[in-house]
Design a protein around this ligand. Structure first.
Ligand SMILES: [Zn+2]
Length: 543
């Protein structure tokens, strides 16, 4: 070997060694992907490196492989990556509890409800709880009564929760167990009475009282249900859920399961304004761990359209004597708004009817007094009087919508609202235009848990059968880019999480999903069949 060649070999070896030395150590390198970062302007990338659960670099294949080494390399072979999906409004804990209930969703008649109940074994004296019935799917679209339940189950309390959770049907044994009779002082729409007897139909606070009488699983059984709920959420690509209404004990269960590593789901907790939450959480300020944030008060202003308890400015088109109900007094709402301001909390109020939306927008406006960054939210914002919509933009109030409600409700909502008022409902594009962004979710278990169905409904405004052609109120469809942001970065922003979640950028949590197709470009009717191949939270594979 001559000296010249020897020098060259030494030089090459030196360069290789020093290159390797220069490479930074990461825990995971994700490479060879089609990565939609959802950072500003939605730039794409091919690869990224993860260390301690955070993205430390993102860019081209060459940039990442030149700069990083990791014990785990995930070669995506061209697969699609998006940030982990965030559900801005759902009931994760309630969904977990519901996994033990008899599934009544999709029942085409009350007879079918009874059949499903009877196919379940029951022990004398034990509760039977079902969830998901919807009289709007039946030929006679009116509420059932408890006569048959009383005959079939004289010794079992039976409680059947309507799909929206706002109404329950209870038999006599359940009414007795919950101590609900004609002497209870609920507003009269909340307990249905016919021929001087309770029909078993209870709504809003009366329904809540009934629900709290049913036995609640605890300990290992509760952990098992929560883990199963989490598993199902990972399967559809959810990495963060915003739970719209939790009690202190529930927050503590989630928190302790996360701390022992039993639960990985990232949680934004909206707190029900009860004494325990107020004393233990709200008055102590924001509660935050690496995996859970509680900094929001969840208020209910009214009920639901399906149950005719949503509060409208003018009576229901299909029930001229009724305009719905307000379930929290304006004075109580104001007290809670003040408490939120004093403790650094957000206020998220459930408003479905145009009267409820108007009331709450005006109450918020008195506190917010113009543009601000407090991100108070109107949950659902289903029917909004065009005369009120400017209040969202004027006071930076965030609409938090659920795109699948439009396509689930479109077949009967016009009966409730009439030909003119339906145009003011499910107006997501107009709402988005108020602040240039909005938050989107599912409200599961009212709807299917999949954020891909939210995306599909927001963009296509069609149901899963492709109906109606051209879409329902297509002028209120979101673009695909908007819909994607509404279930990632905008949902994060609605939870004050945009610094750590919602897009794939350096310094943020490595929460991401791997899909088999690109939902921004495949024909829209193919989106619902998108397969979620893997779901990662903080660089760890969950699915
Ligand atoms: Zn909800």
């Amino acid at each position: 070997m001559n000296g010249h060649r020897c020098f060259l070999i030494i030089l090459v070896v030196f360069v290789i060694i020093s290159c390797n030395r220069m490479k930074q150590k990461a825990d995971l390198i994700v490479t060879n992907g089609d990565v939609f970062t959802v950072a500003a302007n939605i730039p794409k990338a091919e690869a990224f490196a993860v260390k301690n659960g955070k993205i430390v670099a993102i860019g081209t294949q060459d940039e990442i492989s030149a700069g990083f080494d990791a014990p785990e390399i995930l070669n995506l072979k061209g697969k699609i990556v998006y940030p982990g999906f965030i559900d801005a409004h759902c009931h994760f804990f309630g969904y977990a509890l519901g996994l033990q209930y008899i599934d009544l969703s999709g029942c085409a008649s009350f007879d079918e409800v009874i059949q499903r109940l009877q196919s379940e074994k029951h022990t004398e004296g034990k509760w039977l709880v079902g969830r998901g019935w919807d009289q709007n799917l039946w030929t006679e679209r009116h509420f059932p009564d408890n006569v048959r339940l009383n005959q079939l189950y004289p010794n079992n309390p039976v409680m059947l929760i309507r799909v929206d959770g706002h109404v329950v049907l209870a038999n006599e044994a359940a009414l007795e167990a919950a101590k609900i009779d004609k002497s209870n002082s609920f507003a009269n729409e909340q307990v249905e009475i016919k021929n001087n007897i309770l029909t078993g139909i209870l709504s809003e606070t009366a329904a809540d009282k009934m629900r709290s009488a049913a036995p609640v699983p605890a300990g290992d059984e509760l952990s098992r249900l929560l883990k199963e709920a989490e598993r199902r959420c990972f399967a559809v690509g959810l990495t963060t859920v915003s739970d719209a209404g939790l009690d202190y004990d529930q927050v503590m269960v989630l928190d302790s399961m996360q701390k022992t590593g039993a639960l990985s789901m990232q949680i934004y907790a909206m707190l029900t304004p009860n004494e325990k939450n107020i004393c233990n959480l709200i008055r102590k300020g924001i509660y935050q761990t690496d995996n859970l944030v509680a900094r929001s008060i969840k208020i209910y202003a009214d009920g639901s359209l399906g149950s005719r308890t949503a509060r409208l400015k003018k009576p229901y088109s299909d029930a001229p004597g009724q305009s719905g109900i307000i379930v929290t007094s304006p004075d109580s709402m104001k007290t809670l708004c003040r408490m939120a301001l004093d403790n650094g909390y957000q206020v998220n109020t459930h408003c479905i009817g145009d009267s409820a939306v108007s009331l709450v927008l005006n109450i918020y406006a008195d506190f917010l007094k113009g543009r601000n960054d407090l991100r108070w939210r109107i949950e659902h914002a289903q029917v909004v009087d065009p005369a009120d919509i400017h209040l969202f933009g004027d006071n930076s109030i965030i609409p938090s919508v659920q795109a699948t409600h439009a396509t689930s409700d479109m077949n009967w909502a016009e009966n409730r609202l009439g030909h003119e008022r339906i145009k003011d409902a499910y107006a997501y594009k107009s709402l988005m235009n108020q602040n240039g962004w909005l938050a989107n979710g599912t409200d599961f278990p009212i709807e299917n848990i999949s954020p891909l169905l939210t995306f599909y409904a927001a963009v296509s405004r069609k149901d899963l059968k492709g109906f109606p052609e051209g879409g329902f109120e297509p002028e209120n469809a979101l673009s695909r880019e908007e819909a994607l942001q509404s279930i990632t970065i905008w949902a994060a922003k609605a939870n004050f999480m945009e610094k750590t979640k919602g897009s794939l950028e350096v310094g943020k949590d490595a929460d991401f999903v791997i899909l088999d197709q690109d939902i921004l470009h495949v024909p829209i009717e193919r989106v619902p069949s998108t397969h979620v191949e893997n779901t990662y939270i903080k660089g760890v594979r969950m699915k």
